[in-house]
Design a protein around this ligand. Structure first.
Ligand SMILES: [Zn+2]
Length: 345
């Protein structure tokens, strides 16, 4: 029978050609356990059509969905010193990095891209969870800084999309230092009077949630996303109490006033465009200097302008303009969140 397997089978295979069937045609929903065909998954932007569970989504696909016509430009991020601690556990850190780079085709766990959402220019800094659990090391810190500076340069809002297990332990204290660094990065955007929006995806935990991810003007989360600092088990062991059901989910955080909105993936583009419109119009309102405005108004009324009241007006106007749009937005959301939280207390 040897000639059959050794000679005939290869001949037939050569004639028919290798079966070109990818092995991942079906995905199992981790929430309801139903099988989802890959085309359906694609059509629903990685959301289960049976139960609405939001599966993780590759970065490229997310960008294609968010940006107008799927058009965006990735920027090259500054290089950092690789493996300064010469860290090694089961594998060398440098080997882990190389593996992750080969698997994801990205330099590190963060990708910064700019483009337009409904005609409005934006800069997005998004995490790739496939890359070492989206952990934040020096490269991610540099990435956030680059993103914020690009946003300031383009006078565009910055949107951060974290998906991270926290700081990268292989970089020790250097990874923890990225918490203040990324905080300063988003501060630069705020100082320029530009909106900074965070779209939290599953999971947003550890050093990332303890720094820039919780500093947004508006916090949006994907349904069911895990958001917190330490994991459930660690907290339960520390406080010796059983934690409530749904603890650390996006919905729980919304109910308790930690985030502003939970938005399904299919509506995120629309929501972001609306928010940017509201917040950026606030920025535009600052454009004519308030002092000048007061003078113009005085000139219209033919009143000589005293210096002091105009500076007061300046202050008032400043207090009114930029934060106004934000506080309106927040108060609406927060009051909703509070009223939701009240019965539980
Ligand atoms: Zn499902």
């Amino acid at each position: 029978m040897n000639w059959l397997t050794n000679w005939v089978r290869p001949k037939i295979k050569a004639l028919v050609g290798e079966a070109d069937v990818p092995d991942n045609l079906w995905h199992k929903c981790p929430s309801c356990g139903q099988m989802i065909f890959h085309r359906d998954l694609d059509a629903h932007i990685n959301v289960c059509q049976h139960c609405g569970h939001h599966l993780r989504i590759p970065l490229a696909k997310r960008f294609e969905h968010l940006f107008d016509d799927g058009v965006y430009t990735k920027i090259e991020l500054p290089r950092v010193k690789i493996d300064p601690l010469k860290f090694r556990d089961k594998k060398r850190y440098t080997d882990r990095l190389k593996e992750a780079q080969a698997k994801t085709d990205t330099g590190d766990a963060i990708v910064v891209a700019h483009g337009k959402i409904k005609g409005k220019p934006v800069v997005i800094a998004a995490f790739n969870f496939q890359f070492m659990g989206g952990s934040m090391g020096m490269a991610v810190g540099e990435g956030m800084l680059a993103a914020s500076r690009l946003a300031v340069m383009q006078k565009a809002p910055l949107i951060a999309i974290p998906s991270s297990g926290g700081a990268r332990m292989q970089e020790g204290i250097l990874s923890l230092m990225q918490m203040p660094r990324t905080t300063i990065a988003v501060e630069e955007v705020k100082e320029a009077g530009l909106p900074y929006i965070v779209l939290m995806t599953d999971p947003t935990t550890g050093g990332v949630s303890a720094s820039f991810a919780m500093l947004g003007d508006i916090h949006i989360a994907e349904p069911g996303a895990q958001i917190g600092f330490a994991g459930r088990r660690v907290i339960e062991q520390t406080v010796r109490e059983t934690l409530p059901e749904g603890f650390q989910t996006a919905e729980y955080l919304l109910e308790h006033g930690m985030i502003d909105l939970v938005v399904p993936r299919s509506e995120q583009r629309e929501t972001l465009a609306n928010l940017i419109g509201l917040l950026m119009d606030g920025v535009k309102a600052i454009a004519p200097p308030p002092a000048q405005k007061a003078k113009d108004a005085a000139a219209d009324l033919d009143i000589p302008t005293p210096e002091k009241p105009s500076t007061d007006g300046d202050k008032d106007a400043k207090a009114d303009t930029k934060p106004a749009a934000k506080s309106d937005e927040n108060s609406g959301e927060k009051s909703g969140a509070k009223s939701g939280a009240a019965p539980t207390e």
